[in-house]
Design a protein around this ligand. Structure first.
Ligand SMILES: C[S@@+](CC[C@H](N)C(=O)[O-])C[C@H]1O[C@@H](n2cnc3c(N)ncnc32)[C@H](O)[C@@H]1O
Length: 324
């Protein structure tokens, strides 16, 4: 087959779903908008730049773990694998696995359509022996995996500690769906950020170059460009801090003063200091995450971590028992 081509499956949510969610989020008390709205092409590029910031330890730590344990991961995954990357973004981390695993097919799934297309095209060019699929989809809807021509067993790969963006109960619900899609003999390889020193955590979400700030503010840029919102971009600032009780980093857009955002005929008032909660990033000890994974019906089979205990990569079997 001509492997520079990719097979594209488009279930991109339309702009009305963005509008509905933003209107609901701004009307809520406290105001909150889901982090998936960071990711248009610009947001994905900004996230890619965040990954390269010196303070952002998760990306380089996870890549080092994947490179170091690629052969072991390949052995656990077995032969003739469909490798399905959830929230694939720039599809960079998966490269650490491709040579060791030699999967039959690769599927990248992401909400950020144009970025996904570019990343999977690059992958297809660099790995001409690989059957490559790109699926633009929103995980908050039903998870439908595209059908591949090759590969008998499924290995889902969910890097970047994106699972931490879900509320823990929602994370269990999402992982149950993933597990269903992997049965009867598939597995999940998932990267999970660990609890650690608050200074290290907070620095990672407040990089000195201000890229995370720009990423957070991109939500407002999208609201202006895609929804025609009337708002003052300079009227908001970035705030990220560790909430020790909840065990999560919280990211907020903070109103510098009294102001309002107008979308269509609706006005959303802000008092000074009021925030829109734009992202949570839950941190899990190895035991906490294994407990969560078991609740979703997975069987923890292996876990790797770095010497500084910053990050963990878990290999979870889908078979074993039914999720209750
Ligand atoms: C934290 S980034 C991780 C990117 C990359 N996998 C990595 O590890 O560096 C989260 C990725 O998930 C995608 N994403 C976020 N919410 C999503 C959703 N609801 N459905 C599908 N993809 C989503 C984003 O577009 C982004 O590429």
């Amino acid at each position: 087959m001509n492997n520079a081509a990719i097979q594209f499956h488009d279930q991109q949510p339309d702009v009305s779903s963005l509008r509905d969610d933003v209107l609901r989020g701004l009307a809520a008390q406290p105001k909150a908008i889901a982090p998936k709205f960071f990711y248009d092409a610009r947001g994905s590029e900004l996230f890619d730049r965040i990954c390269a910031q010196p303070e952002y330890y998760p990306t380089r730590t996870e890549i080092a773990l994947l490179q170091r344990y690629a052969d072991e991961i390949a052995q656990l995954a077995g032969a003739d694998v469909q490798l399905i990357e959830l929230g694939s973004g720039a599809s960079k981390k998966v490269r650490a696995l491709l040579d060791a695993m030699q999967p039959a097919a690769y599927v990248g799934i992401d909400i950020s359509r144009d970025f996904l297309m570019q990343a999977t095209h690059r992958l297809a060019q660099d790995y001409p022996w690989l059957e490559v699929h790109a699926a633009c989809a929103d995980f908050s809807r039903r998870l439908d995996l595209p059908r591949c021509q090759s590969g008998a067993r499924k290995l889902a790969f969910y890097p970047g500690s994106s699972i931490g963006n879900f509320e823990p109960a929602d994370a269990v619900r999402f992982l149950r769906q993933v597990r269903e899609a992997l049965l009867p003999d598939g597995a999940l390889l998932i990267g999970v950020d660990r609890k650690k020193d608050v200074g290290v955590l907070e620095a990672a979400y407040n990089d000195a170059a201000g890229v995370t700030r720009e990423f957070n503010l991109n939500l407002l840029v999208r609201m202006r460009e895609e929804l025609g919102a009337r708002l003052d971009l300079d009227g908001f600032e970035h705030r990220a801090f560790y909430n020790n009780v909840a065990g999560r980093i919280e990211m907020h857009l903070v109103s510098r003063g009294r102001q309002c955002i107008e979308i269509d005929a609706r006005r959303f008032e802000f008092v000074a200091g009021e925030t829109v909660h734009t992202e949570s990033s839950y941190k899990y000890s190895v035991e906490e995450f294994q407990h969560l994974a078991r609740n979703a019906g997975f069987v923890p089979l292996q876990v790797w971590s770095d010497p500084r205990a910053l990050f963990s990569v878990h290999f979870l079997g889908a078979a074993g028992r039914s999720a209750s």
